[in-house]
Design a protein around this ligand. Structure first.
Ligand code: SAH
Length: 237
């Protein structure tokens, strides 16, 4: 492959109608260097090959570009950001968007902060458990857009993410080729949480089947949600 120059990386993104400037390319390159260096200290990703990072992390996260552009949010929450996905790529592509990276692990957010500084982004970090933070009026129903990749099953994701969304907001969950609606329960959970019916977008990214589950919220989330984490896990909506 060899995504090691601007022209080929730009062409890779353009195959999916995602524009990238030279400055954004350089930010992605710096992110890739920091990610490779960090992987010697802590496990930020199972994927460490630079070419793989471009496809499986950068392009994969950047695929959300179309939905962000369409919905024009002012605030964006990445729930369970880990090593910064999809939040950091989205922050690179939308420098004026207010992006918040949420994770319960302080070490991961310390690393994300390093990346944010090195790349000159305005991204914010929020440390804590999603199910606790969304109970606070400071965060409940405060975001226009929420996204989550590789964090939990659909039912738990809905319960964790939807309370953060303003009315009129959108939640996007990334799912890979193993997506099974019966196991994930996005439809059942969004109904219980009084959100709109999910829209499933199936696509292929460099030969791999992917799914984005998109849920709009047109009514307030009932206050009894989210329940405690153990309860969410034990009795999924
Ligand atoms: N989104 C990243 C990381 C996935 S790993 C990626 O796609 O690569 C899942 C991350 O979610 C972990 O860092 C974990 O700490 C965080 N997480 C899981 N449940 C959470 C919760 N309830 N509240 C906050 N963070 C959570």
């Amino acid at each position: 492959m060899g995504w090691n120059d601007f022209a080929s990386c730009k062409a890779l993104f353009e195959r999916y109608q995602i524009p990238m400037t030279q400055i954004q390319y350089e930010q992605f390159c710096e992110f890739q260097r920091l990610m490779t260096a960090e992987s010697e200290r802590q496990n930020v990703s199972a994927v460490n090959d630079p070419d793989e990072i471009w496809v499986r992390h950068f392009l994969d996260s950047a695929y959300l570009y179309h939905h962000v552009r369409k919905t024009q949010p002012h605030s964006f929450l990445d729930l369970g950001t880990g090593g910064g996905f999809p939040g950091i790529p989205i922050s690179i592509l939308f420098p004026d968007l207010s992006v918040t990276l949420l994770d319960s692990e302080e070490r991961k957010l310390e690393y994300c902060t390093k990346v944010i500084w090195a790349l000159g982004l305005q991204t914010q970090c929020l440390c804590g458990r999603a199910e606790e933070l969304s109970k606070s009026p400071q965060y409940r129903e405060q975001f226009d857009f929420a996204a989550s990749r590789a964090v939990a099953n659909g039912s738990m994701l809905c319960e964790l993410a939807l309370p953060f969304l303003k009315i009129g907001g959108t939640f996007a969950a990334f799912k890979g080729s193993g997506y099974d609606p019966k196991i994930e329960r996005f439809f059942e959970a969004s109904a219980a949480l009084e959100a709109d019916e999910p829209i499933v977008e199936d696509y292929r990214l460099e030969g791999v089947d992917k799914h984005l589950i998109l849920i709009s919220k047109s009514r307030s989330t009932p206050l009894q949600y989210p329940r405690r984490y153990a309860k969410m896990k034990r009795s999924p909506l």
